[in-house]
Design a protein around this ligand. Structure first.
Ligand code: IMP
Ligand code: MG
Length: 182
């Protein structure tokens, strides 16, 4: 049996670094959302681990919901964002939505989602990403909370996938190029 870890060339963000980012981000969110009606919105599937770990560290009252969107095929963004699972629209008008995302690449997904949620009536919409690849940006999108900026490398682990694999790794790693150039 071949383990996912054997396809990793190097670890870019370790478990310890991820823990520190989560602690720091949770403290900022606690401070900023003291007097708000926070709805934490997980963007499936990539954000699942970041979302779960962040939830445990946030102490202000918050509700949670989920969306699933798709814009990726293999290692390239398709450019169009499709909603595969939608949030409960009924609640949005009372909620200060904080979108929790795994990674920002072109910026298309979050640009689209912010517009969509405002259009659907959310009281406010802000964004929090674990990883940001600013070199790849094709829009002028700037997140409100950024865990760590990373170079233009395709990364997997801690929820992020390549063709649905590697999500279960506990760290962010760079995939060996031969894995996706096959
Ligand atoms: P954007 O719309 O181009 O900003 O892409 C955002 C989405 O693309 C993320 O939510 C991820 O699902 C996916 N993505 C972007 N870069 C990577 C990567 O390096 N590894 C895995 N998924 C990625
Ligand atoms: Mg994603």
């Amino acid at each position: 049996m071949k383990r996912f870890s054997e396809d990793i060339e190097s670890i870019l963000v370790s478990e310890e670094e991820i823990d520190d980012i989560i602690e720091k981000t949770a403290r900022q969110i606690d401070e900023d959302y003291k007097d708000k009606n926070l709805l934490l919105l997980c963007i499936l599937k990539g954000s699942v681990m970041f979302f779960g770990d962040l939830l445990k560290k946030i102490t202000v009252p918050a509700e949670i919901d989920f969306m699933r969107v798709s814009s990726y095929h293999g290692t390239e963004s398709s450019g169009t964002v499709r909603i595969l699972l939608d949030v409960d629209h009924g609640k949005l008008k009372d909620c200060d939505v904080l979108i929790i995302e795994d990674i920002i690449d072109s910026g298309r997904t979050l640009t689209y989602l912010c517009e969509y949620l405002k259009f659907k009536g959310a009281k406010s919409v802000r964004t929090c990403t674990l990883l940001d690849k600013p070199d790849r940006r094709l829009t002028d999108f700037v997140p409100d909370y950024t865990g760590v900026m990373i170079p233009d490398e395709f990364v997997v682990g801690y929820g992020l996938d390549y063709d649905e694999k590697y999500r279960t790794l506990p760290y962010i790693g760079i995939l060996k190029p031969e894995v996706y150039k096959k």
